[in-house]
Design a protein. Structure first.
Length: 180
């Protein structure tokens, strides 16, 4: 019985020490991982939409019931004036989650919609498709679904609809957005 107590205490101490070490290592690595994720996201944005500066907006996009909008970003020109709002959306495609970037200029026109990741059959074709929304106003647009790839195209179209809906809900507040 005495050995059981000793071994139990030893295991409890070992677990406590392991937990503390894990906590310490996490406190060191978590900021590094977060910084790397932000750099990756910035590179993703810059590859699709060449603006001078980006700033992530608040987390209220993730409060949506469908979580369709993963995040949204403000894009600024060289003079740090707001130029566009870029949405990162995710919807289920034919085989996988389809992640898209949808940019809407502050004047209320859709700049572009780009699929940036997914694991569907014809990803290379759909990544080149423009959906016919470039330059269309947010209150009067229509997208072109790629024939033969309708489910994956539909996932991006749903992302466009979600981005436009959210943009219209914040459009009046955009004048107060600054880079600082």
């Amino acid at each position: 019985m005495n050995k059981i107590i000793k071994y139990s205490l030893f295991l409890m101490a070992l677990c406590a020490i392991s937990g503390l070490l894990l906590s310490f290592i996490n406190s060191i690595t978590a900021p590094i991982i977060e910084e790397n994720e932000q750099e990756k996201l910035r590179a993703e944005l810059e590859a699709q939409f060449p603006y001078a500066y980006y700033r992530q907006a608040g987390d209220d996009a993730n409060d949506m019931a469908s979580n369709a909008i993963q995040a949204y970003f403000y894009a600024f020109n060289e003079d740090k004036e707001l130029e566009a709002v870029i949405y990162r959306t995710s919807y289920q495609g034919y085989k996988s989650q389809i992640v898209s970037l949808i940019s809407i200029k502050v004047d209320g026109t859709i700049e572009d919609a780009k699929m940036i990741s997914g694991k569907d059959t014809y990803d290379d074709i759909i990544m080149e498709h423009d959906f016919g929304v470039s330059g269309a106003p947010v209150d009067d647009y229509d997208y072109v679904i790629k024939a033969g790839i309708t489910i994956t195209s539909g996932a991006i179209a749903q992302g466009i609809d979600a981005a436009v809906s959210h943009f219209m809900s914040i459009e009046d507040e955009l004048g107060g957005i600054s880079y600082e």
